[in-house]
Structures are given as structure tokens and as C-alpha cells.
Design a protein around this ligand. Structure first.
Ligand code: AHR
Length: 832
């Protein structure tokens, strides 16, 4: 053991480490018990459902998609493919469908039923004419797999053609991957036809063809094709995507939104929201609706029943969010709210009611699930108590009166249902329940930067334990995340999760958001699972969720860590920047404060391409540096002179035109580490010092203020070590010392009595050597599960889906033992 300790110690010395840290973990000092902390939040956004986890392969199967909202419509300005190409479709295209020697049109005279407002009329001009469906950006076909086809068809009594259902290559229709034939004999009535196709070949971009052996006219509706599904559920889920969720072992699943619950008006006189009762029963009975919030049509094939079923299949408790008569751009008056309350009560009855004695329980049984789903968590509204719009356009002041009506009605009939209330989701870091009304849990939402999350490791330490429990229903890094989410973003979230975990007595539940994005229709970025028709992968944030949830433990235990602060670093260069503004800088002078001598600023300026936004158009003339491109945001024009530790910068700047003001860059170490004084930022409403650290930006100090156009201002910055003062026209605006960053973030828990789980996050570029001293528990074996990569900016892609992914090794441990936490790493040590 001594030998092992020495060799680990030598290893640590070879790493670029600062002072060795000691982590003392005491199993006898018990902290908060940990319950069903980690779950998931599923929202129909980014084609998460239709074209995503809902396994249906036919796009616009009921022909109900609003032409004006199709993905290729001019209203959308076409869509931009990942390769940057913009694609637009013909104005009257029927989303997803194309003809083959035929003519097609929407028909509203011959309807399948009341749920449908259109069918497709197909006039076949030649033998073997028909239609094809392109799927959701291609249909993935795998050799050997069986695909179930169904459609509702109506023809004239005398027209009895043979219909061939085939899967073909999208570029070459002669390549047939699999096919089946069926005789169409409808006797003039809507008839369901079905066929199974076993694919002989694979293709990730197939199309579905329906062709007829004789010319004639066919009416069609609800044309569906299903691959094998997760757990073989009829009308079920795409296995790879469902499995990625199952691998998270979520304890609960919040659904169906998000803004999706609220709906949004779109000049069609509708609320365009999810109404659960329209989403159950046979698929042909579901009207579908326009998902205006996320800008596509939905079939509602993945309906309330399927989401309850998915929760059950994942082993997750369902958490349903109901609408309170408020949405984006619409509101129902209070005296018309009763149907919405009834809708919520009916949803609970559908999920939990007796299969023989209740109306909705019977309906659930008819839909294949006689046993109750056990819905116990219900959220009243989504983000309906924001109070951050000056004009209150989101009607936040209307929330609590509604909440009370829902609360009273639900608790009266279902006292065991836990009610979740809304608090501010935007505009504040400290949301609060602005009411005296009873509530079981509060739903907090945070979309912020990695450093924001890291800085809130202690956020929940001081929450009032007598108040309601917290459900962090939506959180994710949404700024400074790279392209689709890098490791540093995931580590920021991991640190926040450690804070929630340590405070699991007050934070009851948490779920990352959003989960899914189809890479062809990205309304929100980043998301933790990216997919296309055939493939999928998890971002580093996905792996953080996976590792945290799979290694959670049952009871927090106390720990102490010393030497855990890194020295604050401040660089020795300066530069200037701009944000959507034309601005010029002149009269530069840098003085070395130790010698009192001026550091001569030559005209040796150089631009730093590739920094935030485009480089813009910087010019240097007669000692004046000017940004001439108003679109440029945040590109840094850098002076290459390096200064000592203590220096003063003086310059004059003039805002010429544009949205914001001037930005002076100082303490510049490299493109990922510097400070800037942002004058007239946030639409010329605020001055702030922002710190860019390891590529992630956070605000150190801010004051309200604006700049005048055309007026020269004199700026003065003094840097003494890590102490900084900034003055504008002689008046001091900021005085601060750069905070020392925490090196390691920790949580420790017992998993039952015989296992200890230690979690360590090192978000920095410096390794940490930790001497881990365990008390009150004697481990004999240990596993290390680690998520790391060479650079915090590393990401996963379709081509390299596991570039940043966890590894597992065994560790030999004693008490104490030395552990090296690599730069940019989440480490989970499981000791038995
Ligand atoms: O998760 C994406 C969106 O963010 C959700 O729909 C909404 O609740 C929040 O504004």
C-alpha cells in the first residue's frame, strides 16, 4: 500500500498541480437524504416527438399539416441544412408528400371522420403511379427489420387496384429495399389497409412509395409506417432514442412542456396548445395541432397515453403540466376557466381512475392500460408567474387567482396529488413564490452560462427549509456552450447538480432541458440528445446527466476540503471590442505603475480572428482604432504589447452609431481568459465588467447607464495584481478584486450502508492532486467513472459521437489515498 501511495504521489508531482488538497470525508456525519432527485423533462420541441422519439416514419400522415407552416414554406424562409444550404419548397407543397405519375390535392369533402379536416385525393394517370413520402428528413430502413404499414383508403366501388407499398432509396427509386402488395377493395367506404414489409436492404434515407397498378382515383388518410418500437409498444417509441432515456434511469418524467403546454396564437383564431383528450384513442381520431411555439405541425400520435406509457416503461413517475387558461398571446377570462380545471381533473382520472367505475379510467383501459398509471405529480401552469415584462404582457398577475382555483379543485378530489407552482423563470436569479397560497413544490428554471452554474454550487445551502420543496424543472447551459454543447458546459451543469444533491432535503427533483433535437430542425440549442433519421448521440451534458443520475446514493455525508482555491489570474495585454456598434478608440496610453513609466503603445495592433462573432472590420489610422462593421459582436482587436502586473490604461472612445456602446478589453491572457469593461452594453442600458474565464463569460459587477452618441469619453483602468478600478471621465465606476476560483467541487454520499460515492468536478485547466481521507468507512475496492477530454471545448458530433464519453477503471484505495482529478473532468469514485 505504501508503495502504491508513493507511486501515486510521484504521478501527482508530474502533473501540473498546485498545492496538494486534502479531502476528508466522514461517513458518520450524515447530511440530507437523497430521494428521487434526477428525472427528465420531455417537451415537443425540435421534433423531439414527431420525427423523433415517436416512431412514426410517415411525415404528415393525416394530411393535416398546415401548408403555411410546412418546413419548406416561404413563411419560414425555407430551412437551413447543417451544411449551411437553405432549402425552400413550392408554395403549395403538401408537407412530406410527392407524386409519381399522379396528381394530388387536399380534399375536405370526403372526410374519414370528424377529427380529420382533410384527406388526400390522388388521381393516378398511369399504371404504377402513386405517391411517395419522404419521412422526417428521410426514413431509416434496416435490413431484416419488419415495418408495419397501415392507411385508410376510399375508392369508387369499381376501382379495385393492387397497391404496392415499398421502401426505396430516396435518390434512386429503382433500389427497392422491401415491399408488400395489397388488394384495394373499399366498396366505396373508408377502409383500413395494412401490410408488413420486411426490409431486405438498409438505407438511412429511404422514402415510402404507394403505387397502384391501374389508373384511377383514390382517397387516402392516416397513412402510417412503424418500425419495431421500444418494448414493442404499438404506436410506440424509436428504440435508440428511448434507450438513451432509459439509460438515465429517470425517477420522473415531466411532460408535455414547456411552452408547448401554453400554446401560442398564430392568426388562426386558435390557442394551438396541447389538449390531452384530443391525443388519446385510435390515431385516426386525433386531430393533431399546430405547435406554434416551436413552429411545426404535430400529429399528437405521441399523446397523453403514450407519454404516461413511456414514463412507465422508463420506470419514471409521470409529472404532468396543465394549462391554466394562459398562453403565449392569449388568455381566457377567469369566469371561463372551469373547463380548464375540469380538463386537469379529467387528466388525473384518465391516469389514475378505476378502470371499471370511472369514465376516463374506462377509456384508459380501452386504450390498453387497465392498471392506473399512478400520476402523483401535477404542475399548474408553465412559466406563468414571471413578472419580468414591464407591460406584464405574459399576464403573470393573473396566475395566482388561477392557481388557487386549480389547487382547491385538485386537492379536494385528489388530496394525494402533489401540486407544483410556477415561480419567475426569466429575469431573476432568485425566483420566489409571490403568494401565501399553499404549494407542495416550486418549479425553478435556469438557462445560463457554465460559470453562472458553477458560481451557484452553494445556491441551495441557504434556502428556507420550512418553505416548499424545489423542483428545478428546466436548466441548462445556453450561453458559452460551443456549437452543440461542449464539455465545459456539461461540467457547469454538473457543479450545479452537486449543489442540488448536497441539498436534496430542499431540492426534491431536477430535470435538464430540452432533451432532444432533430438536427434538421433546431428551434432551441443546445439540447442533450441530437439525432437524425438514423443516428443519435448524447452531448457531454447528456453524459453528465447519465453519470450523475446513475451514481446518486441515498444519503449525503459531510466532507471538508482545504487548499481548494486557485490563484486568480489576470493577463497582461489590452485591446478593444464592439457589439453591434460603430465605435472608435484613440489616445491610448499604458503606464507601468511600478516604474511610473509609460509603456509605449506602438501601432503594433493585431486582430484576433475567430473570437466571439465575426471579426468585423477594424481599421487603424493615425493611432485611432475603429470598428466599421455594425454587425460585428464581440470580436477583439488586440494590441500585442505585454505589460507587467501593475498597469494603468487610458484611452478615449466615441460611440458613433448602433445598438450598444464601447468595450475595452484588459487583463488579456488568451482568447479564453480576459476581462472587458462593457460600456453601454445590453442595448445601451448598462455598464458592466465581464470576466471571460476558460471561454465562459460571467458578470462581475454592473451598473445601469448609457452612452451618448458622438461624445468622446475618457476611460481609465488601473490593474494592481488582481485588484482593478475603472473610471469614466474621472468618476470611479468599478472597484473590485478578481475572485479566486474554486478548483474542485464535491459531493459525497452513502449508497445504503456498504457503498460510498464521491463526486468531484474539476472544471479548470489545472489538474488537482487530492489526498482523500475517508473516515467512518473502510473501503476495499473502488471504481472510477470519469468524463473528461483534452480540452473543455471538446464536443461530440454525428461523426464522433463518443468523443467525450465516460470511461471506467478500477482504483486501488486505502485510507487515505491520493487521487489526481484531471483538468476538465467529472469523477465518480464508488467505494465498497
Ligand atoms: O425548454 C425550452 C423552453 O424554455 C420551454 O418550453 C419553456 O418552459 C422555457 O421557456
Amino acid at each position: 500500500m505504501r508503495k502504491l501511495f508513493i507511486s501515486l504521489f510521484m504521478l501527482a508531482l508530474t502533473l501540473d498541480v498546485c498545492a496538494q488538497q486534502t479531502l476528508i470525508i466522514d461517513a458518520s456525519r450524515k447530511g440530507a437524504p437523497i430521494g428521487d432527485l434526477y428525472g427528465i423533462f420531455f417537451e415537443e420541441i425540435n421534433h423531439a416527438g414527431d420525427g423523433g422519439i415517436y416512431a412514426e416514419l410517415v411525415r404528415n400522415r393525416s394530411f393535416e399539416d398546415d401548408v403555411a407552416w410546412g418546413p419548406n414554406s416561404p413563411r419560414h424562409g425555407g430551412r437551413v441544412r447543417p451544411d449551411g444550404r437553405r432549402v425552400t419548397g413550392p408554395r403549395n407543397a403538401i408537407t412530406g408528400w410527392h407524386t409519381v405519375d399522379a396528381e394530388m390535392m387536399l380534399d375536405s369533402a370526403n372526410l374519414l371522420n370528424n377529427a380529420q379536416t382533410r384527406s388526400l385525393k390522388l388521381i393516378i394517370s398511369k399504371a404504377d403511379g402513386g405517391i411517395r413520402n419522404e419521412g422526417f428528413w428521410g426514413i431509416n430502413v434496416t435490413a431484416g427489420k419488419k415495418y408495419h404499414f397501415s392507411a385508410w383508403v376510399k375508392t369508387d366501388k369499381k376501382y379495385t387496384p393492387k397497391m404496392t407499398v415499398s421502401l426505396r432509396n430516396s435518390d434512386n427509386a429503382d433500389v427497392i429495399l422491401g415491399s408488400a402488395q395489397t388488394q384495394v377493395k373499399t366498396k366505396g367506404k373508408w377502409t383500413k389497409v395494412e401490410a408488413d414489409i420486411t426490409a431486405a436492404k438498409s438505407d438511412t434515407q429511404a422514402n415510402l412509395y404507394l403505387t397502384f397498378d391501374q389508373p384511377g382515383t383514390v382517397l387516402m388518410d392516416v397513412v402510417s409506417l412503424f418500425p419495431p418500437t421500444f418494448k414493442d409498444r404499438p404506436n410506440g417509441c424509436r428504440p435508440d432514442l428511448a434507450q438513451l432515456l432509459a439509460d438515465l434511469h429517470p425517477r420522473f418524467m415531466r411532460f408535455p412542456g414547456g411552452c408547448y403546454v401554453e400554446g401560442q396564437t398564430a392568426g388562426n383564431g386558435k390557442q394551438n396548445r396541447f389538449v390531452w383528450s384530443n391525443t388519446v384513442g385510435p390515431i385516426e381520431q386525433r386531430p393533431g395541432h399546430l405547435n406554434v411555439n416551436w413552429r411545426y405541425n404535430v400529429s399528437d400520435g405521441l399523446g397523453y397515453h403514450e407519454m404516461l406509457q413511456l414514463s412507465e416503461d422508463l420506470g419514471a413517475e409521470p409529472l404532468f403540466v396543465v394549462n391554466v387558461g394562459l398562453g403565449h398571446g392569449w388568455m381566457v377570462p377567469l369566469d371561463s376557466l372551469q373547463p380548464y380545471i375540469q380538463e386537469a381533473l379529467d387528466a388525473i382520472e384518465y391516469a389514475n381512475g378505476d378502470a371499471k367505475k370511472t369514465k376516463w379510467g374506462k377509456e384508459r383501459a380501452r386504450n390498453g392500460h387497465p392498471a392506473p398509471f399512478g400520476l402523483r405529480l401535477l404542475e399548474v401552469g408553465n412559466e406563468n408567474a414571471n413578472f419580468h415584462f414591464d407591460d406584464n404582457s405574459d399576464q403573470s398577475h393573473k396566475y395566482f387567482e388561477r392557481y388557487k382555483m386549480f389547487y382547491d379543485a385538485i386537492k379536494k378530489k385528489y388530496p394525494d396529488v402533489q401540486i407544483i407552482g410556477n415561480v419567475e423563470s426569466w429575469g431573476t436569479d432568485e425566483p420566489s413564490w409571490r403568494s401565501q397560497l399553499p404549494v407542495d413544490l416550486l418549479d425553478e428554471h435556469y438557462y445560463r452560462s457554465p460559470s453562472w452554474f458553477a458560481a451557484r454550487y452553494h445556491k441551495y445551502d441557504s434556502y428556507d427549509r420550512k418553505g416548499p420543496k424545489i423542483y428545478v424543472g428546466e436548466y441548462a447551459v445556453t450561453s458559452d456552450f460551443g456549437t452543440n454543447g461542449h464539455l465545459t458546459a456539461g461540467l457547469g451543469e454538473a457543479i450545479y447538480m452537486l449543489g442540488m444533491e448536497r441539498n436534496a432535503d430542499i431540492v426534491a427533483h431536477a430535470s435538464y432541458a430540452p432533451i432532444f433535437v432533430h438536427e434538421e430542425d433546431q428551434a432551441w440549442r443546445p439540447d442533450m440528445i441530437r439525432f437524425n433519421a438514423a443516428k443519435s448521440f448524447g452531448t457531454p451534458s447528456y453524459w453528465v446527466q447519465n453519470l450523475m443520475a446513475n451514481n446518486v446514493g441515498t444519503q449525503n455525508i459531510a466532507f471538508d476540503i482545504n487548499n481548494n482555491l486557485l490563484p486568480a489570474r489576470i493577463g497582461h495585454q489590452m485591446g478593444v471590442s464592439s457589439w453591434g456598434t460603430l465605435v472608435s478608440y484613440s489616445d491610448f496610453r499604458v503606464t507601468d505603475l511600478d516604474s511610473g513609466k509609460p509603456v509605449v503603445l506602438s501601432s503594433d495592433w493585431k486582430a484576433q480572428p475567430g473570437q466571439r462573432g465575426s471579426l468585423g472590420d477594424w481599421t487603424l489610422s493615425g493611432g485611432t482604432v475603429t470598428q466599421n462593421d455594425q454587425r460585428s459582436e464581440g470580436s477583439v482587436f488586440l494590441n500585442s504589447t505585454h505589460f507587467g502586473n501593475n498597469y494603468a490604461i487610458d484611452l478615449t472612445f466615441t460611440r458613433k452609431e448602433g445598438a450598444e456602446g464601447a468595450i475595452i478589453v484588459f487583463g488579456y491572457e488568451d482568447a479564453d481568459n480576459y476581462l472587458w469593461w462593457n460600456l453601454g452594453g445590453w442595448g445601451n442600458g448598462q455598464h458592466a465588467i465581464e470576466h471571460i474565464s476558460s471561454g465562459s463569460k460571467s458578470t462581475i459587477k454592473a451598473v445601469r447607464g448609457s452612452l451618448e452618441t458622438g461624445r468622446p469619453y475618457k476611460a481609465h483602468i488601473e490593474v494592481r495584481g488582481t485588484h482593478v478600478t475603472c473610471s469614466l471621465d474621472g468618476a470611479q465606476m468599478f472597484d473590485f478584486t478578481l475572485p479566486e476560483p474554486q478548483h474542485i467541487y464535491t459531493a459525497a454520499a452513502m449508497n445504503g450502508n456498504d457503498e460510498m460515492i464521491i463526486k468531484l468536478v474539476n472544471p479548470t485547466a489545472e489538474a488537482a492532486a487530492l489526498n482523500i481521507d475517508i473516515r467512518g468507512f473502510k473501503p476495499t475496492t473502488a471504481r472510477l467513472i470519469r468524463l473528461t477530454s483534452g480540452n473543455g471545448k471538446d464536443e461530440n458530433t454525428m461523426e464522433r459521437p463518443m468523443n467525450v464519453s465516460p470511461t471506467e477503471t478500477s482504483l486501488r484505495v486505502g485510507t487515505p489515498f491520493l487521487f489526481a482529478a484531471q483538468p476538465y473532468s467529472l469523477n465518480i469514485i464508488r467505494l465498497k
